[in-house]
Design a protein around this ligand. Structure first.
Ligand code: SF4
Length: 477
């Protein structure tokens, strides 16, 4: 059972990065400390490394480390980062080995000055760009596609910065929300599809850019709006400027940000993520009414959806599963023996709630099916009379090429099994997925404004043939 649970711990889909930037008009603002707090508000987007770069107008200083934000920075590290603007980054690496060389922000010196760059997303043409740049003499120190962006910027560095950025960005295909900083200016750029979120906030005495508004709340900043697809935000001593740097393309914000990745207290595209998830749950209950006694969420991402489902179905909602928050990420411990020692049960059922009950269990997705089958066994062992599995997204059938770490297509159970086959594999009494047509109503955006690639295999950009069906680890990136 322990080994099964360990495998299950590894199978979750993961967001890969969060970005943050701040420009202080008020010299009293401690930008490094505020960035540290902002990164804490983005910790759910990446747990393997964290970094902050700060400029004082003459020099860009940077500190990066492996681990969670709180352990990556000692108080003295933050004290050494003084200035009026900062960029920060949290990262979850997919390279197999967690490397400090891949931690961000990346800082580079060009003929026109220094740039610090933090990136959320993934380029689908990074391999081709890397070959071109190496042929032109570029040298790479890491395996991250962010370094490709940096080298492209260097390639065009004879141009003034916004123009160099435009020329570089015109060659990028894929997903990118970038926060950048030169010695005197903060920049934020979102790709023309708007695939990953990026928002703009106001703090007394400063401006803030962040992947999610949860980071703004962490520092007492107010959300102004989302950065528009293709929009470049510039903040300098003259104030805030905006321009559309890249021509608009088909809108394609990641639907999984609403369903699973973003923090429920964030607001994306003007929509409260918590309210969207409640609506997903309501839709599920409307489309698939279930005869049951009780609704139980899978912690933590199932909570908001379960609230909506229970309200719509007129069923009681109860906490039937408890997450052990101190299990940790067992798979980052390299040796098998250490990994075994690190494994404990991540979820525990509450027998007093479940015994004799017909239970509706609400989760955001089924990936390989292993976690769900273990979960259902836990519920049955705790005395649940029936278990009805309700999933608040369509079947997950395809990998993501835009910066989300998911197993390869052949490992995704819904890519090769019918709903009935999956139901039998996970041993549920019934299994229900949210239909694709319900997503626009629940999210509040039209289908053609969303990326739904992992559900329908249709992506907003072309995917190089050699990468189709593979995840990033298999590509060796
Ligand atoms: S493929 Fe899926 S996870 Fe990736 S960006 Fe599109 S909706 Fe999001």
């Amino acid at each position: 059972m322990f080994l099964e649970m360990e495998a299950a711990l590894e199978e979750e889909i993961r967001e890969e990065c969060g970005v943050f930037g701040i420009f202080a008009e008020d010299p009293g603002l401690e930008v490094a400390y505020l960035t540290f707090l902002g990164l804490l508000g983005l910790q759910h987007r990446g747990q393997e490394s964290a970094g902050i770069a700060v400029t004082d107008g003459t020099r860009v200083a940077c500190h990066k480390n492996l681990g969670l934000v709180r352990s990556a920075f000692r108080p003295e590290d933050l004290k050494g980062l003084t200035g009026f603007a900062a960029v920060g980054h949290v990262r979850y690496s997919t390279t197999g080995t967690t490397s400090l060389a891949n931690a961000q922000p990346l800082v580079a010196r060009f003929s026109r000055g220094t740039i610090a760059l933090a990136h959320n997303g993934n380029l689908v043409n990074a391999d081709a760009l890397l070959v071109d740049l190496e042929m032109a003499g570029s040298v790479f120190q890491s395996t991250s596609d962010t370094e490709v962006i940096l080298n492209l910027l260097a390639h065009f560095s004879r141009e003034p910065f916004p123009e160099a950025l435009r020329r570089a960005a015109e060659r990028l295909v894929g997903s990118y929300s970038l926060v950048m900083m030169t010695r005197d200016t903060l920049y934020g750029l979102r790709d023309p599809h708007g695939n990953r979120p990026l928002c703009l906030g106001r703090l007394e005495g400063g401006y803030v850019l962040a992947s999610e508004s949860s980071a703004l709340s962490s520092i007492g900043a107010k959300l102004i709006r989302d950065v528009a697809p293709g929009e470049l935000i510039t903040v300098d001593r003259e104030g805030l400027h905006s321009e559309i740097l890249l021509p608009p393309a088909r809108r394609a914000i990641c639907a999984m940000e609403f369903i699973y990745f973003a923090r429920p207290d964030s607001v994306i595209e003007g929509r409260s993520v918590h309210e969207v998830r409640k609506e997903l749950g309501r839709e599920l209950a409307r489309v698939h009414p279930v005869e049951a006694d009780l609704v139980v969420p899978v912690p933590d991402s199932g909570y908001s959806m379960a609230v909506g489902f229970a309200a719509e179905a007129g069923l009681p909602l109860d906490i039937g599963l408890i997450a052990n928050r101190y299990v940790g990420r067992t798979f980052i411990q390299p040796q098998q023996e250490l990994r075994k020692q690190g494994v404990t049960i991540k979820l525990s059922p509450i027998e007093a709630v479940l015994r004799g009950k017909r239970v509706v269990i609400i989760d955001d997705s089924i990936v390989r099916g292993t976690t769900t089958s273990i979960l259902i066994r836990l519920l049955r062992d705790a005395g649940a009379r029936e278990v009805h599995m309700c999933v608040s997204s369509p079947p997950y059938t395809n990998p993501c090429y835009y910066g989300i770490d998911v197993p390869a297509k052949r490992e995704l159970i819904a890519s090769s099994h019918t709903v009935e086959e999956i139901r039998r594999f996970i041993n549920a009494d019934t299994l229900h997925y949210l239909p694709m047509e319900s997503l626009p109503r629940a999210i509040g955006l039209p289908l053609d404004h969303l990326c739904l690639g992992c559900f329908n295999g249709e992506y907003p950009t072309e995917i190089p043939r050699e990468n189709v069906g593979k995840n990033r680890l298999e590509k060796g990136v």
